[in-house]
Write a protein that binds this ligand. Sequence first.
Ligand SMILES: [Mg+2]
Length: 381
Amino acid sequence: MKIEKIVAHPISFDLGKEFWMSREPYRTASSIIVQVFTDDGVVGLGQIHGRPMKEIVEILGLMETLIKGMDAMAHEAVWAKLFSLTHSRAGTNLDKDKGQPHFGAGKRPQILAALAGIDIALWDIKGKALQTPVWRLLGGTDPLVYAYASGGYYEQGESPLKVIDEMASYVEMGYTAVKMKCGGTDLKGDIARISGVREAIGPNTKLMLDANLGYTLDEATAAIEAFEEFDIFWFEEPIYWYDGIRAVGKLAQRTRVPIAGGESQMTAWEARDLVDMGGVRYMQFDATRFGGLTELIRVANYCLVHDVQFVPHHDPQIHGHPVCAMRNGFGLETFPNKERDPLWDTLFSLKPEIKDSFVRLNEQPGLGFDIDWSTAKKFAA
Ligand SMILES: [Mg+2]
């Protein structure tokens, strides 16, 4: 079974308002759907989260010429060939017409995103060709995977205390763990939000905080000292991007609250450093952003032998498969707020079910999700 063709479908939903993290707003929900066609008629589906989408789509076109005719089951060989664009002469055709290319022509994140989409589609092909769900191929036995509710943004035009009702509504839906943003206002303001949420969700619900790379080391230390009394399950991406590993390691030594991170790490090597030097106890590597499921599995296995729990960022329809199978698979991130995540309700014609703090994967061959192509067409970017 050989790879024949790659087709990319970039889509974008305007959310109609801004959902702020500590330093950045979410204004659109965007994704690139990737189809990998084989000469056997099996079509694999992948999904990418990355920007700029136009550049990623262009790179997918170049990648098609590189892997056309390769064995669609050879995910490691395909991965290595595409990854070499970032560190070998193979990458010198990128942006050839725009002057001097240099190790991926400054497009490493986009190359790794395009690679992610193809790799995920190859795993879907593997499952479809073998008539088996990917979670079974990876060795999983129980398709029920723990999940938490993610939200708690600073919403444009809303009181910062709206988060209290929002988090309580997730508990009412059956979630036993909820995550909210922090670092988007001053410490006093965040203490009011977090203490209000803890009171509303009761003592038995796990509460995670996500700073989205929003503090210096000293600010993060002061923040977690202030938040600790509200029984924080983990403190996620606490420190600005430019010191996002070494300073995180120092913070990990200063606080008893476990540190989470990994959605910003582009490779297994970066994720390894976050484990070794950053002291994270919950790893959130995202296969749809960088490197695909092949890279994610490497990260998860490294975490297993370093006593780090694995809980990937976003996209339970894809990440559910390895989490279901891995011994250190802690759970999945889900976004119950339809305003913030309209894709979950509208983009899929087939997907796993989410109920009572669990994602239930299905028995369909491959990754077990399919696209509603009329929605994809309607929101084509
Ligand atoms: Mg996060």
